[in-house]
Ligand binder design. Structure first.
Ligand SMILES: Nc1ncnc2c1ncn2[C@@H]1O[C@H](COP(=O)(O)OP(=O)(O)OP(=O)(O)O)[C@@H](O)[C@H]1O
Ligand SMILES: [Mg+2]
Length: 498
C-alpha cells in the first residue's frame, strides 16, 4: 500500500514536470521560429526554411509545421508514417494534432510575411507518461512481490514455524499422562522462547502442585485405610463388648435366677430332709411300739408344715423358671382373632386385680368404643400385663396408692395408639435409653431379670407390627406409648422360626 501510494505520488509529480517541460519547449520553439523563419521566408530560401522546420521537428511532440504566406507560400514539413524520416506535406494535408501553435512571421518587426502553424501532439508525452506509469506499477508489483516473499519467508520462519512447533509440543503435552512430559523444548531466545520458558515455569508449578496433591492423596488414602481398619477394629471391639455385656448380663441374670431359685430350692431341700428325718423317727417309734398320740399329732403337724413349705417354695421356684422361659416365648403358638380392645383391656385388668389388690393401685381404662382389632390378644395381654406389673413393681415400689391410666384411641384409619401411664417415681434419664435392652434391670437379685420390656419390645415390633416409646421424668411418672396397626401383619415362616 505504502509502495503504491509512493509510486502514484511520484507519477503525479512526473506528469506535472512533463507538462512544465512541454510548455517550456513550446515557448522556446515559438521564440526560435519567430526569430529564424522571417529570414528564410524573406529570402524565399525554401531549403533554408525547410531546414529550419526540420530542426524543430527534432522535438518529438511536433507532428508537422506548415508555413503559409503571400504569393502562394505553402511549405509544410511532417514526419513520415514510420516516424523515421521527414517529408513535405501536401498543400491541403491536415495532420492530426491536439495542440496547434500559430506563429506570425514578421520580418524586421515591420512586415508580416505569413504564418507558421505548428501541429503539436501530446501523444508522445502521454505515451511516455503511460510508460512511466507502467514502470511504476511494475515496480510496485515487483516490490510487493518481493515484500510478500520476504515477509512470507520471515513469517514462516520466525512466527508460523515456531508457532506450529509450540502447538505440536502443546498437543503432545496435553495427551501425555506424565506431568513432567508437559515441559516444552526451549525454542531459541526470541518471544517464542520466552513463551516456552513461561509455559515451562507454569508446568513446573503444576507438576509440583500435582506431586503435592498426589502425595496428599496417598496420605489421605493411607489415613482413610487406617481409619477403616480402626473402625473395623472398633466395631469388632464393640461387638465383643456387646457380647461380653450380654454374657455379663446373662451371667448376672443366671446368678440372680440361681440366687432366687436357691432360696426356695434350699428351703424345699431342708424341709424335705427334715420331713424325712421326722418320718424316720416316728417310724422307729412305731416299730418299737412306743408311739403316743401326742407324738403322732406332733409329727402330723410337722409334716403338714413341711409339705406347705415344700409346696410353696417349689411353686416359687417353678414360677421363677417360668418367667425365665418367657424369654424364648414361642410366638407361633399364639392364636390370631378379632377382638374389641376395650373389652379385652377390661379383661386383662380384672385378671390382674388380685395382684394389685394389696397395693390398692387404681387402674383406669379410657378406650374408644368399637376399636376392633384383628390381632393377637395373647400378645396384647402380655404387653399390657408387663407394663402394669412394671408400674406396680418399679413405679410404685409395690407401695400402696398410685394411679395407672390406660388410654387407647384410633390415630389413623389403620392404626391405634395405646398408652400406659403411671404417676410413680419415673425413670432416670440415663436409664431411659436402656429400658428395652435385654437384661437391663434395676432390680437384679430381687426378682428382676431385665427381660420384661425387651420381650414387650420384640412382641410389638415382630408380632403386632407396631412401635413403642417411653417418656418419663424422675418424680413425674412414666408413659409407655404403643402405636400399632388394627390388622396385625402376617407372620412369615422365617419370622416365626426367629
Ligand atoms: N413404670 C416404670 N417405672 C419406673 N421404672 C420402670 C418402669 N418400667 C420399667 N422400669 C425400669 O426399667 C427396667 C427394665 O424393666 P424390665 O421390665 O425390662 O425388667 P424388670 O422389670 O426389672 O425385670 P422383669 O420384667 O424381667 O421381671 C426396670 O428394672 C426399671 O428400672
Ligand atoms: Mg418387668
Amino acid at each position: 500500500m505504502v509502495v503504491a501510494i509512493t509510486g502514484l505520488l511520484s507519477y503525479k509529480q512526473n506528469r506535472n514536470q512533463d507538462e512544465e517541460d512541454y510548455q517550456a519547449q513550446r515557448a522556446s520553439l515559438q521564440a526560435r521560429l519567430s526569430l529564424s523563419l522571417p529570414h528564410g521566408v524573406w529570402q524565399m530560401d525554401d531549403s533554408y526554411t525547410r531546414l529550419t522546420l526540420d530542426a524543430e521537428l527534432g522535438w518529438a511532440s511536433v507532428v508537422a509545421i506548415r508555413i503559409t504566406g503571400d504569393a502562394g507560400l505553402n511549405i509544410g514539413r511532417s514526419r513520415s508514417a514510420d516516424n523515421a524520416t521527414l517529408r513535405d506535406m501536401a498543400p491541403a494535408e491536415k495532420p492530426s494534432s491536439d495542440d496547434v501553435l500559430l506563429i506570425p512571421i514578421i520580418y524586421q518587426n515591420r512586415e508580416k510575411l505569413g504564418t507558421a502553424t505548428v501541429y503539436l501532439s501530446r501523444s508522445q508525452l502521454e505515451h511516455r507518461q503511460h510508460m512511466h506509469l507502467l514502470e511504476i506499477l511494475l515496480e510496485i508489483l515487483l516490490l510487493d512481490g518481493l515484500i510478500f516473499i520476504v515477509m512470507t519467508y520471515n513469517l514462516n520462519r520466525f512466527v508460523f514455524a515456531p508457532l506450529k512447533r509450540l502447538q505440536e509440543a502443546l498437543n503432545l503435552a496435553a495427551s501425555s499422562d506424565d506431568a513432567s512430559a508437559l515441559r516444552l523444548e526451549q525454542q531459541g531466545q526470541d518471544e517464542f522462547g520466552a513463551v516456552t520458558h513461561s509455559f515451562n515455569r507454569i508446568v513446573d508449578r503444576i507438576s509440583a502442585d500435582l506431586a503435592m496433591r498426589t502425595s496428599a492423596e496417598a496420605q489421605a488414602r493411607q489415613e482413610r485405610d487406617n481409619a477403616k481398619l480402626a473402625l473395623r477394629q472398633l466395631v469388632q471391639t464393640q461387638q465383643t463388648l456387646v457380647e461380653t455385656e450380654k454374657l455379663a448380663s446373662l451371667g448376672s441374670l443366671v446368678a440372680g435366677v440361681a440366687h432366687e431359685i436357691n432360696t426356695p430350692v434350699g428351703i424345699t431341700l431342708t424341709t424335705a430332709s427334715h420331713l424325712a428325718t421326722t418320718t424316720l423317727h416316728i417310724t422307729e417309734k412305731l416299730d418299737n411300739g412306743g408311739v403316743k398320740k401326742s407324738d403322732f399329732q406332733a409329727y402330723l403337724d410337722t409334716a403338714k408344715e413341711c409339705c406347705e413349705l415344700i409346696l410353696s417354695n417349689a411353686e416359687r421356684a417353678a414360677n421363677l423358671i417360668h418367667s425365665f422361659k418367657q424369654v424364648a416365648v414361642d410366638q407361633t403358638s399364639e392364636q390370631r382373632r378379632d377382638f374389641q380392645l376395650n373389652d379385652y383391656l377390661n379383661e386383662i385388668v380384672t385378671s390382674l386385680k388380685p395382684r394389685f389388690k394389696r397395693s390398692q393401685t387404681s387402674i383406669a381404662i379410657d378406650c374408644e368404643d368399637d376399636l376392633l382389632l384383628d390381632s393377637y390378644p395373647g400378645a396384647v395381654s402380655q404387653v399390657v400385663t408387663n407394663l402394669l406389673v412394671n408400674a406396680l413393681v418399679h413405679g410404685f415400689d409395690e407401695k400402696p396408692g398410685g394411679t395407672i391410666q390406660i388410654h387407647a384411641e384410633r390415630c389413623s384409619n389403620s392404626e391405634i395408639r395405646l398408652s400406659v401411664k403411671d404417676d410413680g417415681k419415673g425413670i432416670p434419664a440415663e436409664n431411659l435409653n436402656r429400658v428395652f435392652d435385654p437384661f437391663f434391670t434395676t432390680r437384679r437379685g430381687s426378682g428382676g431379670s431385665g427381660l420384661g420390656l425387651h420381650i414387650v419390645y420384640n412382641i410389638i415390633r415382630q408380632r403386632l407390627g407396631g412401635t413403642i416409646e417411653v417418656h418419663s421424668e424422675p418424680g413425674k411418672g412414666s408413659t409407655f406409648t404403643i402405636t400399632m396397626p388394627c390388622i396385625a401383619p402376617e407372620i412369615t415362616h422365617r419370622e416365626a422360626r426367629e
